[in-house]
Design a protein around this ligand. Structure first.
Ligand code: ATP
Length: 135
């Protein structure tokens, strides 16, 4: 089975580096499944889960908080503000971040606070979902 090298990199350093058979990621215009040999493509990502299927059919799941996917025939790079492998997600921390964001959304302060809280809520829910194996 053909594979392609995938790197997921954040400002804190690399999070994932492996040969995979397929990548499924959520771009702002919809979910894409990328196979080895795909034509070059750059697309912005939403806050969401990335599924990395290896040659034996097993998958790794990574929570990303936006960023970009850059596809080349022999290499796929994901650059994200933050990214965590499902196994390294601290669920209690995400639950606390979710509760904090929900409180801020209820407080209905100015627009900037509201948008920040909405994004924090999306990141927290995404981490909880990816940790639980829901994409
Ligand atoms: P928090 O309020 O808990 O910091 P956040 O969404 O504001 O959440 P980010 O700014 O997206 O956090 O991330 C800061 C750093 O902390 C990144 O390196 C990110 O990977 C890591 N991180 C954030 N939340 C978690 C979590 N629940 N489990 C593991 N790592 C996390």
């Amino acid at each position: 089975m053909k594979t392609v090298q995938v790197n997921i990199v954040t400002p804190d350093g690399p999070v994932y580096d492996s040969e995979v058979a397929m990548v499924i990621a959520k771009t702002v215009s919809g979910e894409i499944g990328v196979l080895p040999g795909h034509i070059p493509l750059v697309a912005p990502l939403t806050i969401g889960g990335v599924q990395l299927k290896n040659a034996s059919g097993k998958s790794d799941f990574v929570a990303v908080s936006g960023g970009f996917i850059e596809v080349r025939p022999d290499k796929i790079s994901i650059l994200a503000p933050s990214a965590e492998l499902a196994s390294s997600i601290d669920v209690a921390r995400a639950q606390e971040a979710k509760a904090r964001a929900e409180e801020r959304l209820k407080a209905k302060k100015d627009e900037v606070d509201f948008q920040r809280a909405e994004l924090a809520l999306k990141r927290a829910i995404n981490r909880i979902n990816v940790h639980e194996g829901n994409m």
